[in-house]
Design a protein around this ligand. Sequence first.
Ligand SMILES: [Zn+2]
Length: 326
Amino acid sequence: MEATSKYFMNVKLLIVIFLLSVSVPAQTNKPSRRMTVTFDDLPYVAIDQQGLPKARRATTEILRILKAHRVPVVAFVNEGFLQAAGEEEGRIALLQQWVHAGMILGNHTFSHADFNTLTVEEFQQEIIKGEVVTRRLMQSHQPYQLYFRHPGTHTGDTQAKKEAIEVFLAARGYKVTPHTIDSEDFVFNVGYLRALRNKDEATARRLREAYLNFAVAATEFAERFSSEIFGDEITQTLLVHANDINADCLDEMLKRFTARGYRFVTLDEAMRDSAYQVKDKYVSKFGPTWLWRWMKSKGMDTRGMKVSGKDDPEPPEWVMDLYRKG
Ligand SMILES: [Zn+2]
């Protein structure tokens, strides 16, 4: 008798444990979201003569944070910024840090060229010149997908230019890299660099908080906008730059994304999301996100949607003032 009741007790206990284990994920109510993170303007934004120690500090810090959060990254290089008397080796070493950390280097043209102001032939030369060092450094990673990002995401101001460069890039093995979240970090970074120079910690702290809030607001907008276009959220692609404000904010930013349910995936994986199969047919001299381009390419507009272009957040006016001062 006693043995039988013990047996039933054990069975009951097992059932309780089983029910607990299956009900825990449903109770957390945390959405399952995916994001890939991309960096632009390597080796380092606004690298200037004798600026190597600053660039090393930012690079080391960014890579330490990415490793801690297990974030795989594709980072886009402007090889023109490697060239500086006496500093070339040191600047190439910055790229090596990214490669050693397991990151993929992409092509962002040689001189951060604006396709709006160049012919197709001139832009092709920028692409060819912009892959020399990168391809050499990435030799140990073979095979890997080649990625290209147009500076300013200016993908061609006429249909003929856009299509011609797409054909050229595909023939060289490149995929064009979309983005769905624009962090506008470059705006915040201008005031931030000045605050650091002036040892104005109050302004620096205010800028860090404003930037983090903006990045989350831009992400919320991308979540809502992508749901309106595709019926559900998609894998998001964040665009940030190799700069100081990210060195000092990235850890907290990734924590906030993780709290929103994000898991960080490779760009290769993001590119397999069905949204990314929609061909970008949108021609513009501006550089909108791919959410806007995909919406237009699908023949849709924001009428009838629960979001409008006005919901797309802008950096606060006081941050814009600091940016305009330069
Ligand atoms: Zn850029």
